[in-house]
Design a protein around this ligand. Structure first.
Ligand SMILES: NC(=O)c1ccc[n+]([C@@H]2O[C@H](COP(=O)([O-])OP(=O)(O)OC[C@H]3O[C@@H](n4cnc5c(N)ncnc54)[C@H](OP(=O)(O)O)[C@@H]3O)[C@@H](O)[C@H]2O)c1
Length: 287
């Protein structure tokens, strides 16, 4: 075990290791084959790649996003059927209706992935960024919670199921110029941890995923270098593996767990000096 990995475990991380193929990948043992997976934010990027990953395994899918045309284009490329729900995750009623419809058609899903999210630059000193903060929190935190909530009781009754939330390494410290996004992902991490403990012993697992950088429309606007950038398909594969293994907390790729541990271990003065002049996410992006 490498020193970085051992250290990451000590600091509470559960990094997804990628060097050695798992037993299932080597054809040994029976990999758990998800039959039914519900994913939000499936019209683009990571969500679309996760949908393709599970569809290749033969899963029946429930897919949510606001843009119906983009969602249909993703579904048209999948080899398995999917139920499409054009909805805003900030609309709790619409999500509840989508979940009820999916439960009625396909029963209790094996996996629910709250993946929908938005990212935009914000500045704490700008009044006009306060509504942006509100919007980001509604999507990335309330939307995540509202995605998982309708499935808790049915999964608990059945005694199995995995609820996964896509947070971010950006939730580990406050990134200058991205306060709304960092705050939303920190809140997502904390919400998921509370849920995990609340469901302890129920048979329902809660998985927190913290991606580093993934090549998607969300990151293509970033004016800075992105270390360990993963193609969306590879990120989806690694994330699905962490979900199958019911990791309580996984950083993907594992190298970013080391970066995250390093950043969290820095005293504030050093962190401030290191990050103050870092290039920032553009503000006023469409959400
Ligand atoms: N890319 C990265 O490097 C990275 C790193 C860490 C974490 N993440 C997280 O990974 C998740 C996926 O991001 P991505 O990189 O794949 O970005 P993306 O390509 O921009 O995809 C975001 C997805 O979320 C959906 N979405 C956004 N707001 C929504 C809303 N209010 N209601 C329903 N769906 C909504 C979008 O669809 P519609 O526009 O059609 O609604 C789209 O399908 C996000 O939670 C993001 O924060 C990404």
């Amino acid at each position: 075990m490498s020193a970085g990995f051992r250290r990451s475990r000590l600091l509470g991380f559960d990094a997804t290791r990628t060097g050695t193929p798992c037993k299932a990948c080597r054809g040994e043992g029976d990999p758990p084959v998800p039959r039914c997976v519900f994913i939000t934010g499936a019209s683009s990027g990571l969500g679309a790649a996760l949908a393709a990953h599970y569809a290749r395994e033969g899963a029946t899918l429930g897919l949510v996003a606001r843009r119906a045309d983009a969602l249909q284009a993703v579904a048209a490329r999948l080899p398995t059927p999917s139920a499409l729900y054009p909805a805003d995750v900030a609309d709790r009623g619409a999500l509840r209706a989508a979940a009820d419809d999916f439960l009625g058609r396909h029963g209790v899903p094996d996996i629910v992935i709250a993946n929908a999210g938005v990212s935009v630059g914000t500045l704490g000193a700008e009044d006009e960024d306060l509504p942006v903060l509100e919007r980001v929190l509604r999507t990335n935190v309330v939307g995540l919670a509202a995605t998982l909530a309708p499935f808790v009781a049915p999964m608990r009754s059945r005694g199995t199921g995995i609820l996964a939330g896509i947070a971010s390494i950006a939730g580990l410290r406050g990134l200058p110029g991205a306060g709304a996004y960092s705050a939303s992902k920190a809140a997502a991490i904390t919400w998921l941890e509370s849920l995990r403990v609340e469901l302890r012993g129920s048979g329902v697992s809660v998985v927190t995923i913290c991606p580093g950088f993934i090549d998607t429309p969300m990151t293509r606007v970033n004016p800075y270098g992105m270390p360990f950038l993963l193609p969306a398909e590879e990120a989806a594969r690694r994330i699905a593996r962490a979900i199958d293994r019911k990791r309580s907390f996984a950083v993907v790729p594992w190298q970013m767990a080391v970066v995250g541990c390093f950043l969290r271990s820095l005293p504030n003065g050093v962190y401030d000096a290191l990050t103050a002049r870092r290039p920032r996410k553009p503000r006023k992006l469409p959400l």
